[in-house]
Structures are given as structure tokens and as C-alpha cells.
Design a protein around this ligand. Structure first.
Ligand code: NCC
Length: 276
């Protein structure tokens, strides 16, 4: 596979990864039932024009990073799944603008998802690993985790909180670019929530700082900053093509190697600042 220059790769990401949320006009969601649940406003209208954004991975290396203040200085902050703030403010900050959750959490951990206050802040976006380049109808009939009932329940108990369903086509558009730019065959599993969140913020923001996705000198086998659990696969990937995602982010990073090493920080341009 030919490796593109960072500039060309940014253009490919900008032009080929189509990030949209499911709307009430998208068949099979164009029913009167679904109109009650899907947000009326688009994500763009809800967030407005965002300047400097932060994406906070859930990696164990955020522990003792003291990055909280720096993270909170951003205009908008994206976090993942059940990553908590309470008790970790010093290292991860306390603001949340968007929380990207996978369908497994919304389904398998439904009790906590419906109950825990953690999920009540900011905008929620759920995504599900759809079959490779599946039509939306095909996916709707056979999602990886059937999160739709849990989504509807959450929407009816929190009608004021924006909560979107990511259109699944973007994950494979992104995967194709990962594959084309990797020297090896990568497993046909969708990118991690981390990688999806990074690209979502690149569409919404002028500039995106990504924390502890490219591991710093604090790199550890501890999976999450909020748990004691050890597993190297959390950082390098097992199901998700994490290693390839990280190589791609390293390739388009506009920050310094020192920022990665000291702060675990990579800096990416928003797509509106990419000239092709
Ligand atoms: O662990 P997870 O990911 O919630 O982490 C969010 C994103 O942070 C980045 N990360 C995390 C840990 C680490 N050591 N290094 C990292 O770079 C990754 O980019 C990751 O995507 C997911 O991607 O949705 C994932 O979700 C969990 C789990 O489902 C949720 O936490 C909900 O409980 C998956 N773990 C399991 O299924 C056991 C994980 O594989 C992927």
C-alpha cells in the first residue's frame, strides 16, 4: 500500500469520510415513531462553530498526568463510554461537551447507562459496528448490539439532552483509508471509539488536541485511568485496528514529538482548515 503524504491523507479523510447522524428523514427511521425520538436539530446546529477542541482517550497513561487544567481550557471536550470525571479532575478535567458511547455499553451495560449521572452531561452520540459497507436497512435489521430500545428509553427519560445515532457508513469509509495506508492487511473490524471521536471532532472544530491516544512517557499496561485492570490490548488493539489508527494519527500530527512524549498530546487540524 502506498503511504500518502500527511497533506494528502488529511484531504482523503476530509473528502471520503462522510460524518452524519441518523435523521428522521433517513429510511427506515422515517416513521412517526422514530420522529418522537430522534433529535430535531442537527449536531452542527446543536454545537455551533467550535474553535479549539480536546479529545480525551480513556488510557491508563492519563493517570498522574495533571492535564486537567489544560484539557478544560478547550472550547469543547469529547470523552468516551463510561470514562468518569469525578475524582479524576486533576488528570482529565471536568468539562464534557460530547460523550461518544458504543452500542455495547448502551445495551449490555443498560442498567448503568440509564441510571448513572455521568451520562447526563453534554451531547451523547452512540455508534454500532455495522457490517462492512452495509446499507442502513441491512444494519437496522441486524445491528451488532440492538441498542434501539435502550436509546428510546433514554430519550424519553431525558428528552432535553441531545442524543444522536452515528450513521454507520462513516466507520467503513474511515477503515478503507486506514487499510489503504497500512503495510499489512488489517482485520475487518471497525475503528475504535477513539478514532471515530477524533474524526468527528475534526469535522466540528478548527483544531483538535488529542490526549493519550498516542501514548506519552506515562504509557502503561493499565487499561483505563479509572480502573486497575491490566491489558496491553487496550493500547495496541485486539478487536479494533488501534495500532493502525495510532500510526495514522502520528502521520498527520501537526504537534511536536515532545508534546506526545511529555503530554501525550497530538494536534490535528479541523477539516475546515485543510486545503486540498
Ligand atoms: O476502552 P474504551 O474503548 O472505552 O476506550 C475509549 C477509547 O480510548 C482509547 N484507548 C483506551 C485505552 C487505552 N489504553 N488506550 C487507548 O488508546 C481507544 O481509542 C478507545 O476507543 C471502544 O472503542 O468503544 C472501547 O470500548 C470498550 C468498552 O466497550 C467500553 O469501555 C464500555 O464498557 C471496549 N472494551 C471491552 O469491550 C472489554 C474496548 O475494546 C473498546
Amino acid at each position: 500500500a502506498a503511504k500518502l503524504s500527511p497533506e494528502k491523507l488529511l484531504c482523503q479523510l476530509r473528502d471520503r469520510v462522510n460524518i452524519t447522524m441518523i435523521q428522521g428523514s433517513d429510511s427506515p427511521f422515517d416513521t412517526s415513531e422514530w420522529q418522537q425520538y430522534l433529535p430535531g436539530k442537527s449536531l452542527n446546529e446543536t454545537v455551533g462553530h467550535l474553535g479549539h477542541c480536546a479529545v480525551v482517550s480513556s488510557a491508563g497513561s492519563l493517570r498522574s498526568s495533571h492535564l486537567g487544567q489544560e484539557i478544560d481550557s478547550h472550547d469543547a471536550i469529547l470523552r468516551f463510554n463510561g470514562a468518569p470525571i469525578k475524582g479524576f479532575e486533576e488528570d482529565v478535567g471536568q468539562k464534557t461537551t460530547i460523550r461518544l458511547v458504543n452500542s455495547q455499553l448502551v445495551t449490555v451495560e443498560e442498567q448503568q447507562f440509564q441510571r448513572e449521572a455521568l451520562y447526563n452531561t453534554g451531547i451523547l452520540i452512540v455508534w454500532d459496528p455495522a457490517p462492512y459497507h452495509a446499507e442502513i436497512h441491512e444494519w437496522y435489521k441486524k445491528p451488532d448490539y440492538n441498542f434501539f430500545d435502550s436509546y428510546k428509553l433514554y430519550r424519553s427519560t431525558h428528552p432535553e439532552q441531545p442524543f444522536y445515532i452515528l450513521n454507520p457508513k462513516m466507520q467503513w469509509q474511515l477503515w478503507d483509508i486506514l487499510q489503504e495506508n497500512s503495510p499489512e492487511q488489517i482485520q475487518p473490524n471497525p475503528p475504535s471509539s477513539g478514532m471515530l471521536g477524533i474524526v468527528i471532532m475534526m469535522t466540528l472544530c478548527d483544531k483538535v488536541d488529542v490526549y493519550e491516544f498516542l501514548p506519552s512517557k506515562r504509557q502503561t499496561d493499565i487499561c483505563h485511568y479509572y480502573q486497575k485492570f491490566h491489558d496491553r490490548a487496550c493500547t495496541m488493539g485486539a478487536y479494533h485496528p488501534l495500532l493502525f489508527e495510532k500510526n495514522l494519527v502520528k502521520h498527520i500530527n501537526q504537534g511536536t514529538d515532545e508534546d506526545i512524549y511529555i503530554h501525550g498530546k497530538a494536534t490535528l487540524p479541523g477539516f475546515r482548515n485543510v486545503r486540498c
